[in-house]
Ligand binder design. Structure first.
Ligand code: ATP
Length: 235
């Protein structure tokens, strides 16, 4: 069996004296899409912050492609192929779509390739290439944020609350693209409140409550056994 792209081992984390991750174990096979689901306050964002190097755990380990990256600096995580699309998008509002994308070429990626990838996944960005990013719709900004992440040719893409504040139709469209990105061989972890949509394109799902992973499995199984936890009020 090949080495998982991500392995989280007995991870603990706290804010001050309050422990919020209480022994998280999670494994994502190479090339898979995994949905990380769970109610508000379960610890999903904290786990995401630790995986992406923005917060230190109190104990436990994280392996990225077999390399122990606990407490690794963000440059090393990037070098190993981790790329995060943070919650709330992260585009430069006063630059155009094209300028936002070309900025990625300073990270060593040729600008032509960056634009080509972005416009092939999101033709709408081609139509809007001269428009200021701050004037795009929420869904289009999310497309731009995803395109910027893809420019770094990631091995593992971390998508944090892709659906936040977006209409269901747009969320569906974005997840169709997530499925296409996965087909190209990128492993993906989707942290999501929109359980139904994320499960539609996922190979596996993990459910988190109270700082622990309480279930992992295939989407149909998770939907059947954990629907009360993952659907909450919304779907
Ligand atoms: P949400 O979807 O609401 O962000 P979540 O599953 O991502 O929920 P976290 O944001 O990781 O959960 O929160 C886990 C716990 O840690 C919660 O009890 C939350 O109140 C607490 N918490 C989160 N951030 C901080 C912080 N900066 N300082 C103190 N406590 C925090």
């Amino acid at each position: 069996m090949s080495i998982p792209i991500l392995e989280v081992i007995d991870l603990h984390a706290a804010y001050g004296r309050i422990e919020v991750l209480r022994g998280v174990n999670l494994s994502i096979p190479k090339g898979a899409v995994m949905a990380l689901l769970g109610p508000n306050g379960a610890g999903k964002s904290t786990l995401t912050k630790i995986i992406s190097g923005q917060k230190q755990p109190t104990s436990g380990d994280i392996h990225l492609g077999g390399v122990n990256v606990r407490n690794a600096p963000s440059e090393e995580l990037a070098r190993l192929g981790l790329c995060t699309v943070p919650e709330g998008r992260s585009v430069f509002p006063n630059l155009t779509v094209e300028e936002n994308l070309i900025l990625m070429s300073y990270a060593g990626v040729p600008s032509g390739a960056v634009l080509e990838t972005a416009f092939s996944y999101f033709p709408r960005l081609l139509e809007r290439r001269g428009q200021l990013a701050g004037t795009l719709s929420g869904g289009e900004q999310q497309m731009l944020a995803m395109s910027r992440a893809l420019a770094s040719d990631p091995a593992l893409l971390l998508l944090d609350e892709l659906s936040m504040g977006l209409a269901p139709l747009i969320v569906d469209e974005l997840y169709d693209t997530v499925a296409q990105i996965a087909e190209s061989g990128v492993s993906i972890l989707c942290i999501e409140q929109f359980a139904r949509t994320a499960l539609r394109v996922s190979d596996y799902a993990a459910v988190m409550t109270g700082g622990r992973i309480v279930a992992t499995g295939e989407p149909a199984e998770i939907m059947e056994t954990m629907s009360d936890v993952i659907l909450g009020g919304a779907a």
